[in-house]
Design a protein around this ligand. Structure first.
Ligand SMILES: Nc1nc2c(ncn2[C@@H]2O[C@H](COP(=O)(O)OP(=O)(O)OP(=O)(O)O)[C@@H](O)[C@H]2O)c(=O)[nH]1
Length: 690
């Protein structure tokens, strides 16, 4: 009880957490991937592509996708329209509707459970290949993570009556937790899924308080009870202690084998309240809570109807933009679009309004009928990019192609910000803003996989705030823009973003974790035992210390057992400097970074040593330096040497010599020049990796 109260107090921000754009950054995907039971890379038993729903560039045709997923085709692809559903939604008043989400820490089995529920309700056929049906993006399937929340409607008979159950699958990764908040806003209850072998993790806590803050009914479920390491009784006690949820109510299931899953749907109906009874006779009030771009149908919007009816043929207006739209189609996701012609109060479904781009679909917007203006519902704060990176084509002539690919990807991901940028070392490119480093990694992977883009990405940076003496404030998203030299006299103060980090760990790793946090300029705010051996630690940390290798380090010192989540804790004053990298006295803008003064020298030493390692020797000596303003912090020298690729070809084999020289020339074409120093693409890539 006490623990729960303490947790609740420390999560007072759960209310504001309804909009948690802050919780959205930073985690090197590489580490995350290493712990996430990775699915094998696109194997033959798994469909290589997704449905056409998300991206135009998917190679598979819709027909092959449906065959692969074993879904009933629900769309007529010759006309591009959704098939009609032979069910009258008017038969489902709010009392027979349940809107719920599954929330959990990453990998605790949300998507697998969603698959089981879809099978049990006959929404998809029972099939061994139905794995993570809701994870439709290729990158989601390859990495085994959910990036985009999906919604699906199912029908279930309980005590002789048919119910409409709307399940909203949520991503588990912290970068995407704004999706969780949005999804929860359309729900009255949530299944809190906890891995019976791992127990409560940082995101279990964060997601619990998100749901708690929105007054949702929470149904605790222990998953993976089939695992030999599962200890359901101990984990049930953890849940009881941390969340004050009685243990006798906890369902114990295996989403993988299906054990115990049948009971979940009845429990959903019994425990989760129906949506509030809206009035069908009052004017329409519908909340837009998600959207995506479909090749065939354009922008598809997901609505939660609160009052009135959303009908095909209606003219509706957006409270946000005052724009008018025709409702071209409306229906439910079952599991793909199924046209129903109308949605009633309490129902959740899609509508096609003829929007050209997802940027028109303002998430959290309220829609109303032409001539019947209503008061807008409280919206969501837009997700705020917290990690920025420069993205450049490897060869300059690929810029137009990269431009095209980024625009196409950004159409469907309103949380990415795009601005053109020119670097003296990398040429023309873009500065992209992401919710976090996993988000950044996923975006890059999709650029490479779906658009075959060959790119160099600069190290991630967070937005710093510089206030000048004349009162102007600049948000610095690129180290190149950081004031230095004479400009510094005009600066009043510099601030950096901080986070409230929550770390859950077995207590044996406590010492090294505290050391890590302290070495990253962290301030401890809380340390609580949630059972005999598990500790919850809270720290305020500078965000810039987290976006680099913090998560890698945390995982490695805790052998993968620590988990963490975080929320934005505002800006604080910081003594920051710009660290320039110079090659033969010429600055390499793409390698500049913003550092805390206390760590600038150490970073400088590490940087010059690493550069010496990755740069190729050239015909002349290369002086590698790191400097803050005019002061050199570290220096290395790379001796001159000519790499004679034909050295071994003594004798008369001219063609072989020519071939080798040709190869060397090609390699040079991929070199970037900084002053008189050539930097290979590989060297850049290695330097960008922390
Ligand atoms: N043994 C066992 N494995 C399970 C069970 N449920 C899920 N898994 C496995 O756990 C891994 C993660 O499952 P997912 O369903 O992708 O987890 P998730 O919570 O949706 O992950 P995110 O979408 O990234 O948040 C997969 O390899 C599943 O096969 C279970 O009941 N038993």
């Amino acid at each position: 009880m006490a623990t729960a109260r303490r947790l609740a107090a420390s999560h007072l921000s759960a209310q504001s957490a309804v909009n948690r754009p802050w919780s959205l950054f930073a985690r090197p995907a590489s580490v995350w991937l290493s712990r996430c039971n990775p699915l094998p890379k696109a194997t033959s038993c798994r469909p290589k592509s997704t449905t056409a729903r998300h991206f135009q560039s998917q190679a598979a045709t819709p027909a092959t996708v449906f065959n692969a997923l074993h879904l009933a085709p629900t769309r007529n692809y010759s006309t591009g329209r959704a098939e009609e559903l032979d069910i009258n939604l008017a038969d489902f008043p709010p009392e027979r509707i349940r809107n719920f989400s599954i929330i959990a820490h990453i990998d605790h089995g949300k998507s697998t459970l969603a698959d089981r529920l879809l099978e049990i309700t006959g929404t998809i056929r029972k099939d061994r290949t139905n794995k993570q049906v809701l994870d439709k993006l290729k990158v989601e399937r390859e990495r085994g993570i959910t990036v985009k929340a999906q919604t699906v409607s199912m029908f279930h008979t309980y005590k002789g009556e048919q119910y409409l159950l709307n399940l909203i699958d949520t991503p588990g990764h912290v970068d995407f937790s704004y999706e969780v908040s949005r999804s929860l806003s359309a729900c009255q209850g949530a299944l809190l899924l906890v891995d019976a072998s791992q127990g409560i993790q940082a995101q279990t806590v964060a997601n619990f308080y998100l749901a708690f803050g929105q007054d949702l009914e929470i149904v605790p479920i222990l998953n993976k009870v089939d695992l030999p390491a599962a200890d359901p009784d101990r984990i049930a006690r953890q849940i009881e202690t941390a969340f004050e949820l009685p243990t006798d109510n906890i369902l114990k299931i295996s989403a993988k084998t299906g054990l115990g899953c049948d009971a979940i749907l009845d429990r959903v109906i019994e425990a989760i309240p129906p949506p509030t009874k809206g009035d069908t006779t009052t004017p329409l009030r519908a909340l837009l809570f998600d959207s995506w771009y479909d090749t065939y149908l354009g922008v598809i919007c997901l609505f939660s109807v609160l009052d009135g009816r959303l009908k095909k043929g209606d003219k509706v207006l957006s409270c946000h933009s005052d724009r008018k739209y025709d409702v071209l189609d409306v229906g439910i996701m079952h599991p793909e679009q199924r046209s129903t012609g109308v949605l009633f109060p309490g129902q959740v479904g899609y509508a096609i309004l003829g929007m050209k781009s997802t940027s028109e679909a303002h998430i959290g917007d309220t829609f109303y009928l032409l001539g019947n203006k209503v008061e807008a519902l409280p919206g969501f704060q837009p997700a705020k990019p917290m990690v920025f990176s420069g993205v450049f084509p490897v060869s300059a002539d690929e810029f137009p192609k990269l431009n095209d690919s980024i625009s196409k990807l950004a159409i469907n991901d309103a949380s990415v910000t795009v601005a053109k940028e020119t670097s003296s070392s990398l040429g023309q490119g873009f500065r992209l803003g992401f919710l976090g480093t996993l988000h950044m990694d996923v975006f890059r992977q999709r650029l490479e996989q779906e658009y075959e883009a060959n790119v160099i990405c600069t190290a991630p940076t967070v937005p710093f705030k510089v206030t000048y003496k004349d009162g102007t404030v600049h948000h610095i998203r690129n180290p190149a823009e950081f004031p230095e030299g004479p400009m510094l006299t005009k600066v009043d103060n510099v601030e950096e973003p901080t986070i409230n980090a929550t770390i859950l760990t077995p207590d044996v790793y406590l010492g090294p974790i505290l050391e890590l946090c302290n070495s990253r300029r962290g301030q401890e705010t809380e340390l609580t035992y949630i059972d005999d051996t598990r500790v919850m630690i809270k720290y305020i940390l500078p965000m810039t210390e987290v976006v680099t290798d913090f998560y890698d380090r945390l995982k490695s010192i805790s052998s993968g057992f620590a988990s963490f989540d975080y929320e934005e804790a505002g800006y604080v004053d910081a003594d920051l400097v710009k660290l320039n990298v110079l090659l033969n006295s010429k600055p390499v803008d793409a390698l500049a970074s913003i550092q805390h003064r206390s760590s600038a020298e150490m970073t400088a030493r590490q940087t010059v040593a690493k550069l010496k390692d990755v740069l190729d020797r050239q015909l002349y000596e290369i002086v590698i330096q790191c400097a803050v303003g005019g002061k050199i912090m570290a220096r290395e020298t790379l001796a001159a040497m000519r790499k004679n690729v034909t050295a071994k070809c003594y004798g008369g084999d001219v063609t072989r010599k020519l071939k080798l020289l040709e190869k060397q020339k090609k390699g040079k074409a991929r070199m970037k020049m900084v002053g008189n120093v050539e930097i290979s693409q590989e060297a850049f890539l290695t330097m960008m990796k922390k």
